[in-house]
Design a binder for this molecule. Structure first.
Ligand SMILES: [Fe+2]
Ligand SMILES: [Fe+2]
Length: 347
C-alpha cells in the first residue's frame, strides 16, 4: 500500500492494519506520484499533506484507475468530503481510528480474499524477484531519457496516464474488448512511459535541434524505436521472453510510429498487424506532441489537434481507437490539467 503522509504519523497504524501488504510512505506530492507506478493495491492520502490531499488523491485515482484511493484525516470539512466523493475516491478514514476498524475498511474495499491472499513481504522476497523493485528499475530507465530530452517536460508522464485511460475507455466501449485483457490494462502505462527510451542514443545536435530536421537527421532520429527495443530485448532475453510486462513494453517501444496505412516506421506494419498497445500509444503520443510546445513546433490548440486526429483516422491512426479517443477528448484534457497542477508544485 502507498501512504502519502503529511505531518500526522500513521505508518504504525497502517502497517498493523495492512495484513501483510508492504507499506511504502511518501512525504510529498512528487514522491507519491513518482512511486505510484510501481504498482500498489491501494493508496492512502493525508488530507493535509502539503500541497493538498484532495488534488493528489484525485490525480492518483485518475492515473491509476484500478487502484482504490482513500483519504484520511481528523478534521475534514463537509465541502472536502463532498469533493472526495466527486473525485470518485474509495473512502475517507476519519482519525483517530483503531487498527481493527482500518483493517475492516480496507478488507471491504479490496475484497476479502484478494486482501488475504497477498503474500507477506518476506515470502514475496524469497520467491520471484520483487516486481516492485523491477518496476522501479524500469522507471529509472524512463527517467534517463527525460534527462536528455528536456523539452518534452511532462510528455512521457501524460502519454503514460492517457494511454492507460484510453485502454480502459476502449474496453468499456467494447472496442477490441477481447484483446484488452488485464495484462494490457495493467502494463500499458509503464510501456507508454518507456516509449521513447531509444532517444538516449540520439546525438544532442539532433535531439535538441531547433527547427526542422534535415532528411538524414530525421532518418537517424527514426532509429530510436529499434534502439529502445534492443535495450528491452536484452532484458527480455534474460527472462526467457516470458515476462508480459517487458513484452508489452517491447511492442510499444518498437511500433509506436507505425501507421494504420503501413507507411510508418520501423517495420511498415499495416492495420491490426501493429500490436494493439502500440496503436493506442500512437494516437496519444501524436495528440500530446501537437498540444505541447516543441523546439520545432509551436503548440496547437485543442480544436485544431482534435481535427488533425480526426483527419488522420484511417490513414495514420487506427480509426476505431481514434474515434473512442475523440469521444473522450475532454476527459484527457482534464487529466492533463490535473497532472499539470500536481506537478507544478514539484519545481
Ligand atoms: Fe517516438
Ligand atoms: Fe513521444
Amino acid at each position: 500500500m502507498l501512504v502519502a503522509q503529511g505531518s500526522l504519523d500513521v505508518s504504525g497504524l497502517f502497517s498493523q492494519a495492512a495484513d501483510g501488504l508492504d507499506v511504502v510512505c511518501a512525504g510529498t506530492h512528487q514522491e507519491a506520484f513518482a512511486r505510484v507506478r510501481e504498482g500498489f493495491h491501494v493508496a492512502l492520502v493525508d488530507l493535509r499533506i502539503p500541497g493538498g490531499g484532495l488534488s493528489l488523491a484525485g490525480a492518483l485515482a485518475t492515473s491509476q484507475p484500478r487502484m482504490p484511493v482513500l483519504l484520511y484525516g481528523s478534521d475534514p470539512t463537509i465541502e472536502e468530503l463532498e469533493e472526495a466523493l466527486n473525485l470518485g475516491l474509495a473512502g475517507f478514514l476519519r482519525l483517530p481510528m483503531d487498527v481493527k476498524k482500518v483493517r475492516d475498511r480496507l478488507t471491504r474495499i479490496l475484497g476479502r480474499t484478494a486482501f488475504k491472499s497477498v503474500p507477506a513481504s518476506s515470502q514475496l522476497a524469497a520467491a520471484e524477484p520483487q516486481p516492485r523493485a523491477r518496476r522501479a528499475g524500469l522507471l529509472a530507465l524512463a527517467k534517463l531519457i527525460e534527462q536528455r530530452d528536456t523539452e518534452t517536460g511532462l510528455h512521457v508522464e501524460r502519454v503514460a496516464a492517457f494511454s492507460e485511460a484510453l485502454a480502459f475507455r476502449l474496453r468499456d466501449a467494447g472496442v477490441y474488448g477481447a484483446q484488452i485483457d488485464d495484462n494490457l490494462l495493467q502494463f500499458i502505462g509503464i510501456a507508454a512511459w518507456l516509449h521513447d527510451i531509444g532517444k538516449v542514443s540520439i546525438p544532442d545536435a539532433i535531439l535538441r535541434k531547433p527547427g526542422r530536421l534535415a532528411p538524414d537527421e530525421f532518418e537517424l532520429m527514426k532509429t530510436h524505436c529499434v534502439k529502445g527495443w534492443e535495450v528491452i530485448q536484452a532484458a527480455t532475453k534474460a527472462d526467457d521472453g516470458r515476462d508480459p510486462e517487458l513484452n508489452l513494453a517491447a511492442d510499444v517501444i518498437r511500433h509506436h510510429h507505425e501507421r494504420w496505412d503501413g507507411k510508418g516506421y520501423p517495420d511498415g506494419l499495416k492495420g491490426e498487424a501493429t500490436p494493439l498497445a502500440a496503436r493506442i500509444v500512437a494516437v496519444i503520443d501524436a495528440y500530446d506532441a501537437m498540444r505541447s510546445k516543441r523546439l520545432y513546433n509551436p503548440e496547437r490548440g485543442k480544436r485544431e489537434s482534435l481535427e488533425e486526429i480526426r483527419r488522420c483516422a484511417g490513414t495514420h491512426f487506427d480509426p476505431r481507437i481514434a474515434e473512442v479517443f475523440l469521444r473522450h477528448a475532454d476527459e484527457f484534457e482534464q487529466l492533463g490539467r490535473t497532472l499539470e497542477r500536481v506537478t507544478a508544485r514539484w519545481k
